[in-house]
Design a protein around this ligand. Structure first.
Ligand code: ATP
Ligand code: MG
Length: 596
């Protein structure tokens, strides 16, 4: 990776720098990203990934991916694969891929070591009793009646736990620390529970499973992690992290835990449990629904990985929890797409525009032929239109124009309201890159619904400019009705209507937006056809003509293009001719910034 992904001056970078200077880890920097494979990664994880990989990169160290797979009930291979895929998509490459489950034997051996040292004991009480005895802040803890078991007895019971002699939940192994500690985590935390469940990697080899706290720091230590970053809610776990490590023989220097703020976004939830509920309740179509804040969802929606990384670098690694606006993230997406996305024309709410003085193949105009009751084929002409004015190297494409076009319903008004400068009867507008046209009349059906708009064009305005330099206020996009292709376009609203979903009732699902997707039947220019090597709609064009080489003007699955005036749209990765709106064109974040 070329660009640096963390801003200098982050407190974690400062710590690493100080450790390098003091020689604590002999200059070694090793981090890890430790997801639990119980769901798909979301935008919050992107921050953690950027921090973990970014710090390693900044100091010439390494970052590994470690699956924190200590719970057989919730973990699946499907999640493992998607997580690997998402990290690569973001542009990071784990030095190695590890699994906490690879350390089950090593962790077990270390647990026996703690028993031998008199620092762990088997408790026969159930979870609920243990929980009650733990007490609370300012409330003393109660010691378990099993706390003073002999080392021999503990060892025997723990081995029998492993051998499967007891029922699920019948016994646990606990660390013997301090039942009166102000830190609840230190009140004899559970290290192992008995749980018969099929583990995605170890199958049914094990019936005892380590808890997060027992597995995490020890896994770090076994791998040689130096700086173990996690989110702020683990601050109170740090003394326990240190306690375990300080009582074991470690293969490397003791790792240290460093905490940073979670990333939260307005109108968004980033809890895997809540995201799963959205799927189970049928509110979204799956983990990769374009409304989901999962990396799969954002990617399907058309968010470039580079934009997500730039956003994470911009917010930095901070120590106070805060909620960033979705507009801020979208602003990074727009900046990136403005640079990279090809421009295309699409009409998402089509209205027919017929140009009466346009020539047909038999020499008459459309209007003359129609008056005679005929409908000869209108002539087609091709315009070279810029693919991306931001990037001249992207060149031009040929767009077919004819006397029957689609324009946006919103671009025409029978009775134009004040400040409406688009098309209305008697008014002239520019059809982007083509001609100036003036609307002459409207055609309606028996119920009074608008069927089409009739217009005339100025043949001297080819390319969109009048030779006499007369001004027209509006430039509108269009699609040739003869050549236009049918497409489905989906426009999205925020999934949650409130900035902090669930703030009032406690349940984010109470704040769901009623209709977060609008599905439209659009007409799009031929260059939006899927890239299958054929360029539809351009039959009869001489081979070799610029812009019409087979396959050149098309979109690939997942490609994001700008529909002029409408926003950025991602071609669906699976279904051809389906487009998701990524973001609109207006930068709402810039507006918010100006106001504040
Ligand atoms: P959830 O609570 O949604 O299940 P999690 O924190 O349990 O999420 P993990 O798979 O355990 O998810 O997370 C892997 C890493 O990503 C952890 O280090 C975690 O702290 C970090 N992480 C998770 N959510 C966020 C977030 N919103 N912002 C920053 N980092 C996060
Ligand atoms: Mg977790």
């Amino acid at each position: 990776m070329s660009e640096s992904t963390t801003s200098a001056g982050d407190f974690i970078a400062d710590t690493v720098k100080a450790d390098n200077e003091s020689g604590l880890y002999s200059g070694r920097v090793q981090t890890r990203f430790p997801p639990e494979p119980n769901g798909y990664l979301h935008i919050g994880h992107a921050k953690a990934i950027t921090a973990d990989f970014g710090i390693a990169e900044q100091f010439g160290g390494t970052c590994n991916l470690r699956f924190d797979d200590t719970n057989p009930d919730t973990e699946e291979t499907e999640y493992v694969e998607s997580i690997i895929d998402d990290i690569e998509w973001l542009g990071f490459h784990p030095n190695q891929v590890f699994y906490a489950s690879d350390y089950f034997e090593a962790l077990y051996t270390w647990a026996e070591e703690l028993i031998t040292k008199g620092l762990a004991y088997v408790d026969d009480q159930d979870q609920e009793t243990i929980q009650t005895q733990r007490g609370g802040f300012g409330k003393p803890g109660v010691e378990s009646p099993y706390r003073e078991r002999t080392i021999e007895e503990n060892m025997d019971l723990f081995r029998r736990m492993r051998a499967g002699e007891y029922a699920d939940g019948a016994r646990v192994l606990r660390a013997k620390i301090d039942m009166q500690s102000d830190n609840m985590q230190l009140r004899d935390p559970v290290m192992y529970r008995i749980r018969r469940g099929f583990h995605h990697r170890t199958g049914d080899t094990w019936v005892i499973y380590p808890t997060y706290d027992w597995a995490h720091g020890q896994s770090d230590a076994l791998e040689g992690v130096t700086h173990s970053m996690c989110t702020l809610e683990f601050v109170t776990n740090r003394p326990l992290y240190d306690w375990y490590l300080s009582h074991l023989e470690l293969p490397y220097e003791k790792p240290q835990q460093l905490e940073f703020a979670r990333l939260e976004l307005t109108h968004t939830v980033t809890s895997k449990r809540k995201l799963r509920q959205l799927i189970e309740d049928g509110i979204v179509d799956g983990w990769d629904d374009p409304r989901m804040p999962t990396l799969q969802g954002l990617r399907r929606r058309g968010y470039p990985a580079t934009a997500i990384r730039a956003f994470c670098a911009h917010i930095g690694i901070n120590k106070t929890n805060s909620r960033h606006t979705l507009e801020e993230l979208e602003s990074f997406v727009r900046t990136e797409l403005n640079r990279s996305a090809q421009r295309r024309m699409a009409v998402i709410r089509p209205l027919k525009l017929v140009i009466d003085n346009w020539p047909t193949e038999d020499g008459r105009t459309i209007g003359e032929a129609r008056d005679a009751g005929d409908s000869p084929v209108p002539i087609t002409t091709w315009f070279d239109i810029n693919n991306n004015p931001e990037n001249p190297a992207d060149g031009t494409r040929r767009v077919p124009f004819t006397g029957e076009l689609w324009i946006e319903q919103d671009d025409f008004a029978e009775v134009p309201p004040p400040k409406f400068f688009r098309l209305s009867v008697g008014r002239e507008v520019r059809l982007r890159g083509a001609f100036l046209v003036t609307a002459t009349e409207v055609i309606k059906d028996a119920e009074g619904n608008l069927l089409e708009v009739r217009a005339t064009y100025d043949p001297a305005s080819e390319g969109g400019n009048a030779p006499d330099g007369r001004k027209v206020k509006s430039t509108m996009h269009w699609v040739s009705a003869t050549h236009g292709l049918d497409a489905e376009v989906r426009l999205y609203e925020r999934l949650f209507s409130t900035e902090v979903p669930g703030e009032t009732t406690g349940d984010p699902l109470d704040d769901l937006t009623e209709n977060s997707v609008e599905v439209l039947a659009a007409k799009v220019e031929p260059a939006l056809a899927p890239g299958d090597g054929v360029t539809p709609g351009q039959a009869g064009v001489e081979p070799g003509q610029a812009g019409v080489e087979p396959g050149q003007v098309s979109v690939e699955p997942g490609q994001v293009v700008q529909f002029e005036r409408l926003g950025y749209f991602a071609a669906d990765s699976r279904t051809p001719m389906l487009f998701h709106r990524t973001v609109g064109l207006r930068d709402e974040w810039a507006t918010l910034q100006r106001k504040s």
